[in-house]
Design a protein around this ligand. Structure first.
Ligand code: NAP
Length: 247
């Protein structure tokens, strides 16, 4: 029970990595508030899972890229929950395409959701953490933000932005008891990566030193570590979960 008594907010909790983070948090004793754009089967499953563990899963609906949608929802959840001791900014999207023909709206929407959305949620939650002098914030970056990837200039810029954002925020909050770290997954099997064509998938797998994709649980376990007191002297770091790809 690494997170017993903790209250966590996880964005993008309806499926994929975020859903698994929420599930592992519940297993470790945390109460989880999970946010997505719409009600989902994933949230129903997390609710059932929480009940089995004697806990409650709280579903929040908002678009993190839209201040008028997300700010009131997070403010109300903060009040109702009594404050979050863990925040995981996991929600993210891709709109891939080569740079020279990328539409401005595809550039802007990825930056708006992946980067500005994280800023909007974190600003509200971290102010409360700072007041209480305790908290752990974990932002989901990507190996693509560290090493680049053709066809993903918008996504790479947003994920590289999250690295600078996390390290800078960590320096602002370190003296006030709030830690901020980023996790940079490599190739993880989810709906996001299901969209990759078979040929590209083979090339990608070949480039991973461990010769396999990662699982959502392997990412979630790293997030549990960063959320827990096991990592209490770790801040402003980016941890790769990538089978050696980023080395
Ligand atoms: P996913 O399966 O596509 O799930 C994305 C989640 O984000 C969903 O819960 C979705 O909610 C939510 N979301 C999207 N736009 C949102 C918005 N505007 N407001 C609120 N929630 C929103 O993604 P994933 O593969 O699990 O990836 C999770 C995170 O890890 C992302 O930040 C991704 O960039 C990062 N990552 C993934 C991989 C990988 O290999 N999968 C690798 C590196 C980094 P709805 O269900 O409502 O749409």
């Amino acid at each position: 029970m690494l997170l017993k008594g903790k209250i966590a907010l996880v964005t993008g909790a309806s499926r994929g990595i975020g859903k698994e983070i929420a599930r592992r948090f519940i297993e470790e004793g945390a109460t989880v508030w999970g946010l997505a754009t719409k009600p989902s089967v994933g949230a129903e499953e997390l609710s059932e899972f929480a009940t089995k563990h004697g806990s409650v899963y709280h579903e929040l609906i908002a678009d993190i890229g839209d201040p008028s949608s997300v700010q009131p929802v997070i403010t109300a959840a903060l009040k109702e929950s009594g404050g979050f001791s863990i925040l995981v900014n996991n929600a993210g999207i891709t709109k891939d395409g080569l740079s020279f023909r990328m539409k401005l709206e595809d550039w802007e929407s990825v930056l708006k959701i992946n980067l500005t959305g994280t800023f909007l949620v974190t600003q509200i939650v971290s102010n409360d953490m700072i007041r209480k002098r305790a908290g752990s914030i974990i932002n989901l970056s990507s190996i693509v933000g560290l090493h680049g990837q053709g066809g993903q200039v918008n996504y790479a810029a947003s994920k590289a932005g999250l690295v600078g954002y996390s390290k800078s925020l960590a320096k602002e909050t370190a003296g006030r008891g709030v830690r901020v770290n980023a996790v940079a997954p490599g190739y993880i099997e989810t709906e996001m990566t299901d969209a990759i064509p078979e040929e590209a998938r083979k090339v990608w797998l070949e480039s991973i030193p461990m010769k396999r994709a990662g699982s959502v649980t392997e990412v979630a376990d790293t997030v549990v570590f960063l959320a827990s007191d096991l990592s209490k002297y770790i801040t402003a770091q980016v941890i790769g979960v990538d089978g050696g790809m980023g080395a």
